[in-house]
Write a protein that binds this ligand. Structure first.
Ligand SMILES: [Mn+2]
Length: 330
């Protein structure tokens, strides 16, 4: 595919050179030679707040992520040499304003990846996309999870486990519902899952009850600050040890100073800084991570240098490296 000379290849490190794909990976729709598939999920109608534009996330990460095509210094390996990583394009949304039909489209797209044994790392899109993705790759019918439910490592300022509302501003499988129905429908084992980073003042005092009722372990940001990084990593590892794992990363768990371009900002208290989030992800090194997503990026609200998109690239890189690391060591 690459026709550049060795001398010319220096331009590949420049994000603004060439045709933008995720991490400058080859774009293909042929899954047969793909180990890890990078997928854009440009979907906004699962979050009916006024803050939309999350469908612009994949394009924005494609714009900057060639810069993040790096080796992994902590793991001392190159994911790009370890396995075949391709940009599989975007999920098509001809019914873009109909959330339920879009979730079906996402499911159908990712079912094909599951059938082909391709591990997906997705860029959203609002958080409702996780519902379609995980329904396809986890649970009794899924190949990637070996017929098992997945354990979630769910980063977020919010629980997204609504059970008391039939719909959120018209969307049933909305960005606020997926964390509940994936458990109820048999795709996620909440008793092996952790929600981390939940923070801020909420509208009601029983805001965590729905997560507890479903069986999640919740590490709020406040509790995290008390117990510290090491003990949080231990708790995560212990809870999901040996299970198929899916990492879903809402960028709003990060501090607004490093991730201002998110849809539901929680500026009332500090979020994670990037080192902390990265170390929490790395706590799953060597575990059976089968996929992940980075969601809620809203590029139209970003600051200079597309900071939030750049951070999103690096978070996706870390998730991807967990999957690539296992293939590297096979
Ligand atoms: Mn959130």
């Amino acid at each position: 595919m690459n026709t550049l000379t060795n001398e010319e290849r220096v331009v590949e490190a420049l994000y603004w050179w060439g045709i933008p794909t995720f991490f400058r990976c080859e774009h293909t729709q042929d899954y047969t030679n793909t180990d890890i598939g990078l997928v854009g999920v440009p979907h906004s109608t699962g979050n009916g707040t006024t803050e939309r534009d999350q469908h612009l996330g994949p394009r924005s990460v494609r714009h900057v992520s060639a810069y993040a095509r790096r080796v992994h210094n902590d793991f001392q390996f190159s994911p790009w040499d370890a396995c075949n990583i391709h940009d599989l394009g975007d999920v098509p949304f001809p019914e873009g304003n109909d959330n339920e039909k879009c979730i079906d489209r996402i499911y159908n797209f990712f079912k094909k990846l599951d059938d082909a044994g391709v591990n997906p790392v997705s860029i959203g899109g609002d958080h409702s996309i996780t519902g379609g993705v995980v329904k396809a790759i986890a649970g009794a019918d899924a190949k990637l999870s070996d017929g098992k439910k997945v354990a979630f490592l769910h980063f977020d300022a919010h629980t997204d486990t609504f059970q008391n509302l039939d719909h959120f501003m018209g969307a049933k499988r909305s960005a606020a519902h997926w964390g509940a129905y994936l458990v109820q429908d048999g795709h996620v084992d909440a008793h092996k899952s952790v929600q981390i980073g939940i923070r801020g003042h909420t509208r009601t005092l029983d805001w965590l009850q729905s997560s507890y009722d479903l069986g999640y372990d919740v590490i709020t940001k406040k509790e995290f600050d008390k117990i510290g990084l090491e003990s949080a990593c231990e708790r995560i590892k212990k809870r999901m040890d040996g299970e198929p794992i899916y990492i879903t990363f809402d960028l709003d768990c990060l501090d607004p100073s490093i991730a201002p371009a998110v849809s539901n900002l929680e500026p009332g208290c500090q979020g994670f800084y990037v080192d902390t989030a990265v170390e929490l992800i790395r706590s799953l090194k060597g575990q059976n991570v089968i996929g992940g997503d980075v969601v809620c990026l809203m590029p139209t609200m970003d600051g200079p240098k597309n900071l939030t998109s750049q951070v999103a690239s690096y978070i996706a890189f870390e998730i991807m490296c967990l999957i690539a690391w296992n293939k590297h060591n096979k």
